[in-house]
Design a protein around this ligand. Structure first.
Ligand SMILES: [Ca+2]
Length: 295
């Protein structure tokens, strides 16, 4: 689910130029649930985005970082298994590892899924701009017509891996939500990145926000919070007050190497790169109350 939070980043911009908007997946303004279900290619770490599950089904998204480690949102749980591709992997007996005070945690699979790792972004100057969102959140409800606003979210039967795009145009530090304190990145649900522009939905907590920096792909954010629960407001105007905000845990605040998140190194046994994916509150955000934000 997704946590609802007030629009608090408005007007806050990166110190660098914000030319583009990143894209978030999960629901689109003008496309249906059958869109963007396949790896778009170009090296995007599509396979590393996994589904977090409990005994009753999907509850969120995660990012496989390598060496059996999966990064997800702290509020996604309790967990019983992680679906990688078409296979459910049980968790091993080790406790989840919290990443500082942030709404993120690492859990570990009981066996190796045979995937390479993901690169974690360590440079805050690389966070802004166009991005790709990949997550297992729900799609739109069947009665929610294409191009109609708001975009109403579907039920659990529509939860499937999708990709979308959006522009990272803001950041804020030290945001307190549900007992966590996290540095966040923002995207807005408007049309400034075209038909693939996406917004987070429930079960997108822990979704991946990827950016291509130079020739490589990096995990820059982990889906966590949304402005509304149950629907997403879209706008055809950039920076419109009518466009929903989505928030992602800012990976560069917690990683100082492409293979290290918090105090945990996640080296891939036989691969050169790994990165830690982000966690989304989206799996649970919709069901939670957001605490008032200070400042
Ligand atoms: Ca946007």
């Amino acid at each position: 689910m997704v946590v609802r939070i007030p629009r608090f980043i408005r007007g806050f911009a990166f110190g660098v130029s914000l030319a583009a908007a990143p894209v978030h997946a999960i629901v689109f303004f003008s496309q249906g649930n059958s869109a963007n279900l396949d790896n778009p290619g170009g090296g995007l770490p599509w396979d590393n985005v996994v589904q977090m599950r409990n005994e009753s089904g999907p509850i969120g998204t995660g990012v496989y970082l390598g060496n059996r480690y999966v990064l997800t949102a702290g509020h996604v749980g309790p967990l019983t298994s992680v679906k990688v591709g078409f296979v459910d992997y049980l968790l091993d007996s080790s406790p989840a590892v919290a990443i500082g005070t942030a709404d993120m945690k690492l859990v570990r699979l009981a066996s190796d899924p045979g995937l390479s790792g993901v690169r974690l972004n360590t440079n805050p100057l690389g966070d802004g701009g166009n991005s790709y969102l990949v997550g297992y959140g729900v799609g739109r409800a069947s009665e929610s017509l294409l191009g109609a606003n708001p975009v109403t979210w579907g039920d659990s039967s529509t939860a499937i891996k999708r990709w979308g795009t959006n522009l990272v145009d803001g950041a804020i530090s030290g945001v307190q939500v549900g007992g966590y304190t996290s540095d966040l990145l923002r995207t807005q649900f408007n049309s400034n990145v075209g038909v693939n522009e996406a917004a987070l939905t429930i079960y997108d907590s822990g979704s991946a926000l990827f950016r291509q920096i130079g020739s490589e792909w990096y995990l820059v954010g982990l889906g966590a919070y949304v402005q509304n629960s149950g629907f997403s407001l879209a706008s055809n105007q950039f920076n419109s007050s009518e466009s929903d905000d989505n928030y992602f845990i800012r990976i560069s605040s917690y990683s100082n190497a492409i293979d290290r998140i918090g105090a945990v190194a996640v080296p891939e046994p036989s691969s050169r790169s790994y990165f830690v994916g982000g966690l989304l509150f989206l799996g649970f955000l919709a069901l939670r109350k957001i605490l008032p934000l200070r400042g």
